[in-house]
Design a protein around this ligand. Structure first.
Ligand SMILES: [Mn+2]
Length: 330
């Protein structure tokens, strides 16, 4: 641990003590790490009797996270909403663009901090804790909480554990490090039951959701000699199953022997597509997603595109073919 890093942790703790009336926000399509890291920062501020609001771009609909402390604090952004902040904590997102609507609520750069593990993009925050080797933003927030002086409690332990468990794919993705196991070993004795958290966030699907997942798998296609798989949910299926929790399809898309890149595409509105990318490791899908105005990590990324499906599919396959290294997959 470098002295520089320690200074950043200390500065962040100080920032959270120095201001009041904080905005807490994260990336579009919030996931387990985004929710958990936002709520963990909110927990800290709550301990210190600070005022805060958590405002995310999308509607809060994933009630499988409702067991987390502070879930009811999460609000979705509305244009023209009456919100003014003197400071902001921006989590799990590298650019203003990927914050979505709440980016309009950010105070000036000096009053913003960023805690993130995506490759650096925008300089919108004066104080930054960015580490692309961290498994999750929750891991970085753990380091801050550990230096905050607050007492450990099951609620905050559950938040941080959940975020790390989510972003490491239950401690199995290539981003998982010894630090994650050290942190888990510290957190679990505060009353966490890892299998219960896993059951809540990974094995907690509705019957309808599982049927949609089944549809996606049954209609999967492969291209480029089996190196690219595509799972597509057309508008009709999406509209019939508005509340289905189907994010796991992204991980299934790359869980196939020989597949280097998995795509999970859904048409969310006529002509509007959400694409999730997963890579086995030889293709940097952050770069692929960027070619379509999105972004993320080397192994997992996403974008939103306005087009029609045949054209989107063709452009995606072409872009991946360009970035696919030749030679046998290993
Ligand atoms: Mn994350």
């Amino acid at each position: 641990m470098t002295a520089d890093r320690e200074t950043v942790y200390t500065d962040i703790v100080q920032f959270l003590k120095d201001h009041d009336n904080y905005l807490i926000t994260a990336h579009l399509n919030a996931d387990g790490d985004a929710y958990a890291s936002c709520l963990a920062v909110a927990y800290l501020l709550h301990q210190w009797n600070k005022r805060f609001r958590i405002i995310l771009h999308d509607e809060r609909k994933e009630d499988k996270y409702a067991f987390l402390w502070g879930w009811e604090y999460i609000q979705s952004y509305r244009e023209g909403m009456d919100a003014c902040f003197s400071a902001a904590v921006v989590l799990d997102v590298p650019s203003r663009k990927r914050i979505g609507g709440p980016a309009a609520l950010l105070p000036g750069r000096k009053a913003c901090i960023k805690i993130d593990h995506h490759p650096f993009e925008d300089d919108f925050a004066a104080l930054q804790l960015v580490d692309i080797h961290a498994s999750s933003t929750s891991q970085l927030v753990y380091e801050v909480v550990a230096r905050s002086g607050i007492e450990w409690h099951r609620d905050i332990a559950t938040l941080l554990f959940t975020g790390i468990m989510y972003d490491t794919g239950r401690f199995s993705f290539s981003n998982t490090s010894a630090r994650d196991f050290e942190i888990a070993a510290h957190l679990v004795p505060f009353g966490i039951k890892p299998h219960e958290i896993a059951n809540r966030i990974f094995f907690n699907n509705s019957f309808d959701s599982m049927r949609v997942i089944g549809y996606g798998l049954a209609n999967m296609e492969v291209y480029l000699d089996g190196k690219v798989s595509i799972i597509f949910l057309p508008l009709e299926i999406m509209q019939k199953n508005e509340h289905a929790e189907i994010e796991e399809l992204a991980n299934y898309s790359v869980a196939i022997r020989g597949v280097e890149v998995g795509l999970f595409i859904r048409e969310v509105q006529p002509g509007f597509f959400k694409v999730s990318f997963r890579s086995r490791g030889r293709v940097n899908v952050n770069q692929v997603a960027k070619a379509f105005g999105g972004g993320g990590h080397e192994h997992a990324a996403g974008c939103r595109v306005q087009t029609n499906y045949p054209e989107l599919k063709q452009r995606l396959i072409e872009e991946i073919a360009r970035q696919l290294p030749d030679g046998p997959s290993g």
